[in-house]
Design a protein around this ligand. Sequence first.
Ligand code: SF4
Length: 494
Amino acid sequence: MFKRYDQKQQFLLPFNLEEFVPENHIARVLNDIIDVVNIDAIESTYSEEGCPAYHPRLLLKIILYGYLINIRSSRKINHMTQTDTAFMYLAAMQKPDFHTICRFRSTHLDSIKEIFSQVVTFCKEMDLIGPSISIDGTKVKANASPRQSKSSEALEKEINKILRESIEIDKQEDEMYGDSTPYQMPEELVDKKKRLDKIKAAKKKLDEEKLTKINITDNDARIMKHKDGSKKPSYNCQVAVDEKEQIIVAADVVIEENDLHQIEPMIENVKETLGCKPTIVLADAGYFSYDNIKFLLDEEIDAYIPDNFYEVEKRGKTKKFRRSLFTYDEEKDCYYCPAAFEIPFTRIQKRKDDTDLRYYVCNYCSLCVLKNACTESENRTISRDPREYLMENMRAKLNTEEGTEQYQKRMCTVEPVFGQMKQDRGFREFLLRGKRKTKIEFVMMCTVHNVKKIADFIKREGKSLKEILKMITGGGNECGDKWGITVGKANKLC
Ligand code: SF4
């Protein structure tokens, strides 16, 4: 006995789009959010004349939903609008072609940043953010082959090779056709010319920026070492993630491989999206520098950032007596070693950044029974940066119970976010090229990450987004004004 199965069955009533996706499907949350964000900037670029265009909200929804489920190519998105019920629901059965999707994405890249900010503000209104934020970075491969990363000499060689080959083709053409030009430039030459132009542009940039290597396909990408040890043309993606619901409150893409100079820009970025500075900031040792710690102190932000040797020394992994076993006496300007000998100040070294590095050299090592455990040199030398008190204060803070607890939050706040992006959404390589476009692509990934977090929260609370918006606004339109939602659209949800 089977249930009735008839593909030619006629339906009495037409389909309702609302039936295409289940009640708590994430496409509905994305749909409701994009329905209320302010897209005036995008709309203002459309003309009243000509054929009616696809609605920007439709295009935004299908592009962002694509990023949510690891479908980023415009051709694939177009295909999904014909085969996938969630895409059909979001597009209201319309099927924009891939040119339209691609053009919309590249034309309105910058507006995506504004939408990201609005979604973050929405999370703030929902009380999903706080109290600490963790900053971290991850390397994401550029849309470029590592083999296309070349040095100045290699580029020069390739330019000469293409020129030689082009002259050869020209010669053959001359022999065949003489002075007559029966057709346009041969395809082979067109390809070579395009490649030559690309290489010349890359070479110019390499020389101007004094780089050792440049990638011909994506000039902005830099060779970076990934966690698995491989080296690929990549970008360094930075995020600031809140502790409460793992909402990404700030995102950026940089071309510096290390994270040392990212604290200040990320804090400024957080201020821009949240409208206020964070109260507590957590980051790993890659972000430790005296400048960064000083900046955070001046900003009155409670920071928890260990220095590079903190963990190593804490685990007792240093072969010799660790530096923290030497006590500094500020009054006498000397150190006391583990054998209780006084280590006097000996000399100053001027550094490139004009700061002084002070050296303290012990005079008793040759007599000391602890020498083997302390140093391989004749005398143990300790160097001291004038701002070293910043590191000592930070270490003291991290060593307290509260400090340890705060810093441990970092691991379960920011690290899972990269895992969710890379494992769950397959974001291991950029689709777009160049710093500007990759930045926006990353912001899109962060936007859909936040949408997913909102969807999880709603599910947990057992409420709909419409109910939550109503709670935030108290049934009125206040939230629309606060986070840029157009009042009419907010009414639609509340
Ligand atoms: S080796 Fe020198 S610095 Fe080290 S404990 Fe002995 S006396 Fe002190």
